[in-house]
Write a protein that binds this ligand. Structure first.
Ligand code: BTN
Length: 315
């Protein structure tokens, strides 16, 4: 991991520390020339930082929740930050095909996608990211990555925003608003590989943070709506990535148990909608290979590997 702090980040920290700061002060502080300071300021402006240049010095106007490679420099993966992409999953695929790992983050996705070919609305202010990794797992073991990503997302939100979150099978992070389940985040897993080995996995994570929620998604909620204030996305991203890496070292049973502790699905009457049809019954448990174990009304025990889950009621 890099152990130096990029000059642009040091300049940002200085800009954030006071309302106005002269080029000379920054130059002295960082032991660089005033021309170098000016070049970095220009670079920051290009990245979307609104820095006003006045006769008395530089002023940072929008200093709160901007994302950039600089602000996320100390993560264990290389960050690829874009203002606008079709989907971070598409860029993730390019990266995976090149034999690389990394995290792709975008301010806006024009063709963000969710599970089951659904559209994922991705206006500015959310966390839209894909983590590309090359874990030594077989295709059969890859299911664990969705559970790890759900857990890491939920834990990261709880730690940084201080609210309680829950998990819903198979891939949702939920907030309970007056006992009504609202979706805060979702995970999308795409994998390239052979039976015995994954070549790469793209783990797409979408979190509603400071973004507007579309009227087409009444079941969704954002962190800003819950807390009433703007949230720093970079803090969530940092926590999420470190938690994800720690969970990756745990054995699958441990992960499934942690997931179950946060789950709203296990113990509920549910309806599962999957490509072959619908099933209703009691969600009993998760199997070792990642399926939802369902006891139907006819007392049949089914293992369901994918589908949409609707919570009917507690038993
Ligand atoms: C779901 O709940 O259906 C999964 C949603 C996953 C959305 C994320 S946002 C970042 C990444 N890029 C996409 O196009 N989708 C995932």
């Amino acid at each position: 991991m890099k152990n130096y702090i990029p000059t642009k980040l040091k300049i940002l920290e200085l800009l954030k520390s006071q309302p106005i700061i002269s080029g000379e002060t920054i130059a002295k502080n960082l032991k660089i020339s005033r021309t170098a300071v000016w070049k970095h300021i220009k670079g920051l402006q290009k990245k979307g930082y609104n820095i006003e240049i006045t006769p008395k010095g530089y002023m940072l106007k929008n200093n709160y929740d901007l994302l950039s490679e600089e602000e996320l420099f100390n993560l264990p993966y290389k960050i690829y930050f874009f203002q606008k992409v079709t989907s971070t999953m598409d860029i993730g695929k390019d990266l995976g095909e090149k034999g690389k790992e990394g995290i792709i983050i975008a301010e806006i996705q024009t063709q963000g996608r969710g599970r089951m070919q659904r559209v994922w609305h991705s206006p500015p202010g959310g966390i839209w990211m894909s983590l590309v990794i090359r874990p030594s797992l077989s295709l059969k073991q890859a299911f664990i990555l969705t559970y790890i990503a759900c857990l890491a997302t939920s834990i990261a939100i709880e730690k940084t925003v201080n609210i309680k979150t829950y998990l819903k099978w198979p891939n949702d992070v939920i907030y309970k608003l007056n006992e009504i389940e609202k979706k805060l985040a979702g995970i999308l897993l795409e994998i390239k590989g052979e039976i015995d080995e994954i070549k790469y996995a793209i783990i797409g994570i979408g979190i509603n943070v400071n973004n507007e929620i579309s009227f087409l998604e009444p079941q969704a909620i954002s962190l800003k709506e819950i807390t009433g204030k703007e949230i720093q996305r970079k803090e969530i991203i940092k926590e999420l990535v470190f938690t994800f890496n720690n969970l990756l070292k745990k054995n699958p049973n441990e992960i499934l148990n942690l997931w179950k502790e946060k789950s709203l699905t296990i113990g509920k009457k549910v309806k599962i909608i999957h490509p072959e049809g619908e099933e209703e019954g009691l969600a009993l448990n998760l199997s070792e290979d990642g399926a939802l174990i369902l006891k139907t009304h006819q007392e049949k025990i089914l293992k369901i590997y994918s589908g949409d889950c609707i919570h009917l009621y507690d038993v």
